[in-house]
Design a protein around this ligand. Sequence first.
Ligand SMILES: Cc1cc2nc3c(=O)[nH]c(=O)nc-3n(C[C@H](O)[C@H](O)[C@H](O)COP(=O)(O)O)c2cc1C
Length: 186
Amino acid sequence: MDELRMLVACSSVHGSTAEVARAISLTLRRTGIETDVLPVAEVQDVTGYDGVVLGSAVYGGKWRADALAFMDRFGRDLRERDVWLFQSGPLGHSAQAIVRSLPLNVSLFAEHVGAKGYATFGGKLDDQTDDPVAKFLARAGFSGDFRDFSEIRFWAEDVARETAMHVVSARNVRAANQVARMVAWR
Ligand SMILES: Cc1cc2nc3c(=O)[nH]c(=O)nc-3n(C[C@H](O)[C@H](O)[C@H](O)COP(=O)(O)O)c2cc1C
């Protein structure tokens, strides 16, 4: 049986979502899945992967444009693989308690590719920032790191378990069909 391979692709401006992506990738690797972790814009092809985890930072209620472009570029190929989505954004101490739905366009994409699930993780806002809107948010008390890496690891373990079960059983069905065809041919 070939190794399972997954891609973790993400869009991040200030690096905190990229750290979430790396934590997800590390957990997948610990479960024995070969994993690449890449910024969405650097992904050339997804066909070598059994599953794809796609994540984006949320700005102004939206996923980043390069994450949306990724969906356009690979939508057809993603329909044939296990897809999981995550978004990172909510700031504040109740961030982890928020059950935040996906933006409508991302939700439609999730339906289009038959995504297996999604998660919303808390975000991180640095108070040492030059961006005026970020500065405003920081002054309003939203700066801090609201990512919960235990929650992120638990989610990644679920992703690993469900992808492994699904892909291995799909491969078994293919292998069984192949044997059945060979037997029929003889
Ligand atoms: C200008 C600005 C707008 C933001 N808008 C949202 C938003 O609409 N929803 C949300 O959940 N988080 C929002 N955030 C929080 C970011 O998503 C959070 O800081 C995230 O961790 C940034 O990810 P990055 O470091 O990967 O760029 C905003 C942050 C900034 C600075």
